[in-house]
Design a protein around this ligand. Structure first.
Ligand SMILES: C[S@@+](CC[C@H](N)C(=O)[O-])C[C@H]1O[C@@H](n2cnc3c(N)ncnc32)[C@H](O)[C@@H]1O
Length: 268
């Protein structure tokens, strides 16, 4: 694993215990039956009862275990050991059976065998990955013939603007097209627990839409649907407004931007 991903894994190790007790993740609510999958994910993946589902970058497994509640035979993968340990504990505690694998995404074929009817990944995943060609090859490796990839992710256009400004000005901060070198940001606290005593460094990449679609096409997948949404899964700008369905959108007087994308792709 390169030094950027190793540093990111350290950061996720530091974040995980704080995220586990944060109101954002509301683990107790999940244990009591709260649905953690958003309407776009539920509609995009469809029926999973009896299907083998692989959840990439599953964090501590809330999404994975939610798919188990919907009847999936689920496997979650993440490179943060404390997240995988917490996911296994949650699986035990809730009685929702799932397999959890600790692995860097790119090294997964060294750690997990088998094929899946659905590969699922969403909300805060692609920015941690330096290379979407390798990501798409891992997905293609695991999909059974005719199997479905579902991705929901923050739209790269939304990622271009300075997210720290609270005066509602959308000021360009990052370039759109791919760069091999990551953007490097010092981090204090966790996105889910801003007051947490964590300091570290975040290394992230912005992937243009053409790279996301192109990588999947080059890995041999057929893109079945691609959508852009004027809402997203978290409040990327401090002044966004939460909708009754849990998604976040721009206030009525702000310009509409593509804030989230989602897609379905099929293995041949
Ligand atoms: C924001 S979470 C996404 C999951 C879910 N949407 C959530 O909010 O809990 C991103 C996850 O990606 C994982 N991750 C980042 N880079 C990874 C890599 N190279 N291989 C495997 N997991 C990775 C992190 O450990 C983290 O748990």
């Amino acid at each position: 694993m390169d030094r950027y991903r190793a540093a990111n894994r350290d950061l996720w190790e530091a974040w995980t215990p704080h995220n586990l007790t944060s109101p954002l993740y509301d683990v107790e609510g999940f244990v009591a039956g709260r649905e953690t999958l958003c309407p776009v994910e539920l509609a995009g993946v469809g029926q999973v009862a009896g299907r083998r589902l692989l959840h990439l970058q599953c964090h501590f497994g809330l999404g994975t275990l939610s798919w188990v509640r919907h009847g999936a035979i689920a496997t979650g993968v993440d490179f943060a050991p404390s997240a995988i340990a917490a996911a296994r504990e949650l699986s035990e505690r809730t009685g929702l059976p799932a397999t959890f694998v600790e692995s860097d995404l790119y090294a997964l074929p060294e750690h997990l065998e088998g094929e899946f009817d659905v590969v699922f990944t969403s909300h805060g995943v692609l920015g941690w990955l330096p290379d979407l060609e390798g990501w798409a090859r891992v997905i293609a490796h695991y999909l059974a013939p005719g199997g479905l990839l579902f991705l929901a992710e923050a739209h790269p256009v939304a990622m271009l603007f300075d997210e720290t400004r609270d005066d509602r000005e959308l000021r360009l901060r990052y370039p759109y097209f791919h760069r091999d070198e990551p953007f490097v940001l010092p981090v204090k606290g966790s996105y889910a627990a801003p007051e947490a005593e964590v300091s570290g460094t975040e290394h992230f990449w912005i992937h243009p839409v053409s790279d996301i679609l192109g990588a999947l096409l080059r890995a041999g997948l057929r893109i079945e649907s691609f959508d852009e949404h004027p809402f997203m899964a978290w409040s990327h700008f401090p002044w966004m407004v939460q909708r009754p369905d849990g998604h976040w959108e721009m206030p009525p007087d702000a310009p509409e931007l593509p804030l989230m994308l989602s897609l379905r792709a099929r293995a041949p």
